[in-house]
Every structure is written in structure tokens, then in C-alpha cells.
Design a protein around this ligand. Structure first.
Ligand code: PEP
Length: 249
């Protein structure tokens, strides 16, 4: 059976006071909770990892640099993330692809650096509205998979998040058949590239306006193994029902 994972991306939200949401979340988790990951902003990683240490909740970063160290003002290296106690890093979120002009090759380079440091990567892909409307979503997904996921990907170091850009923070979500189509396509594409065990074991997350009231339906899709959640991960009372829906799926 594949790992199930509910990951929360806090983006550029929160201060140290917000970290109480981690302990609050732990209290609300079901006994059979799947893997739960919170990705706070970089300055909060160390304290978040300390708070989460005995909870079973894991902590991840939202980005890392492709180089291991050097003159990159404002950036965070993979080793620094490991040093905070975090075990995961999100790579290639559409907000980084758009606002920081990150290309597939940059994302693949970051993934290699993150793996070398011992981090588990959540590599994000997904189409914009224009691509969805002109019917070339699967072509773009194929290009992003080929360019962003290095050959050394495995179920131990990689999770893939499908996040249609037009669904992020908008309250709009694809129809269930649209989600199924893309996730099945990702699984099939992985199967042509990797050995069957690897292709079947890499968890695939859906992301984009996942909320307590739509999570259960999304998790009915066979190749949806969890969710990458933005806004609804900021409050334990919103995120916990999503985790519970995943546990029950
Ligand atoms: C995200 O930022 O990855 C995301 C999915 O955000 P939201 O859940 O708020 O749409």
C-alpha cells in the first residue's frame, strides 16, 4: 500500500505565535492518522521542528537553493534545512515558478541537492488556466515530469504534488474526473520511466483549494495519495478534518 500524506504549506504566513497550531493539530489527529507534514516559513523551521519532535507531525521547508552554499543572499541551503530538524522540502511550487522564474531544470537541480542532503522532496507540477482551457494540460504535465523529476527519484526521496495553478487559493477545484485524469496520467508516465515498484510507490498529492468539505471526495481517486494544502493548513481546526478524511479513504 502507498504512503498517504497530508502536507500543509503555510507559505509566507505565521510568526512564532502561530506554531501553537502544531500542538493543537496533534490533539485533533485521528489514531490512524497518515503522515502529516507542516511546511512553515524558513525562520520558523527550527522552533517548529522542536515543537513537532514528539508529535509524529513532520516539518518541511518551502524551498531550497540548488547550490550547497555560497553568495546567495536571502536563500536557504538544503543542509540548513536539515540542521533545523526538518525532513522535507517543497520544490517547484507554482508561486516560485511564477514569481522567481524557476524552470524545470532549476527544480531538478534543487531536488538533487535536497536528496544529497537527505531531504525528502515534494516536487510540484501543474497547469495554468490557459493551458487547461486550450486542452494541453497533459502535454505540459509530461514536460514538467520529464524536466523537474531527476532520474534518481524514488519513493523514499520523492512525492509529487499536482497543483493546477488556477485552483490554488481560488476556491475553484477541478472536477473529480479531471483530477483522476491527471493523476492517472502521472502514474502511467512514471511507469514508463521507472521500474514498476518505484512508479507505484511514489505518493501523488493533489493541491489546490482542498478544504474540509471537498477533501473526502478528492481522496476517492485511486491515484490521489494525499493533499498539499495551503490556506486550510493554517488552522488546526481546518487541517485536522482533511487529515481525518485522508485516514478514512
Ligand atoms: C498551495 O499553496 O500549495 C495550495 C494548494 O494552496 P491552497 O490550498 O490555499 O489553494
Amino acid at each position: 500500500m502507498r504512503r498517504k500524506l497530508a502536507a500543509g504549506n503555510w507559505k509566507m504566513n505565521g510568526t512564532s505565535a502561530t506554531l501553537t497550531e502544531i500542538s493543537a493539530l496533534q490533539k485533533l489527529l485521528p489514531a490512524n492518522a497518515p503522515e502529516v507534514l507542516i511546511c512553515p516559513p524558513a525562520p520558523l523551521l527550527f522552533r517548529a521542528a522542536q515543537i513537532a519532535a514528539n508529535t509524529g507531525i513532520r516539518i518541511g521547508a518551502q524551498d531550497c537553493h540548488a547550490e550547497t552554499s555560497g553568495a546567495y543572499t536571502g536563500d536557504t541551503s538544503a543542509a540548513m534545512i536539515v540542521d533545523t530538524g526538518a525532513a522535507h522540502v517543497i520544490i517547484g511550487h507554482s508561486e516560485r515558478r511564477t514569481a522567481h522564474a524557476e524552470q524545470d531544470a532549476d527544480i531538478a537541480a534543487k531536488a538533487r541537492t535536497a536528496w544529497a542532503a537527505g531531504l525528502n522532496t515534494i516536487i510540484c507540477i501543474g497547469e495554468d488556466l490557459e493551458t487547461r482551457e486550450n486542452g494541453t494540460t497533459l502535454d505540459l504535465i509530461a514536460t514538467q515530469l520529464a524536466g523537474s523529476i531527476p532520474d534518481a527519484a524514488s519513493a523514499e526521496n520523492t512525492i509529487i504534488a499536482y497543483e493546477p495553478i488556477w485552483a490554488i487559493g481560488t476556491g475553484k477545484i477541478p472536477t473529480l474526473p479531471q483530477i483522476i485524469e491527471v493523476h492517472d496520467f502521472i502514474r502511467a508516465t512514471l511507469t514508463t520511466r521507472f521500474d514498476a515498484d518505484t512508479a507505484n510507490a511514489i505518493p501523488l498529492l493533489y493541491g489546490g483549494s482542498v478544504k474540509p468539505d471537498n477533501a473526502a471526495q478528492i481522496f476517492t481517486a485511486e491515484n490521489v495519495d494525499g493533499a498539499l494544502v495551503g490556506g486550510a493548513s493554517l488552522k488546526a481546526s481546518d487541517f485536522a478534518p482533511i487529515v481525518t478524511a485522508l485516514a478514512q479513504s
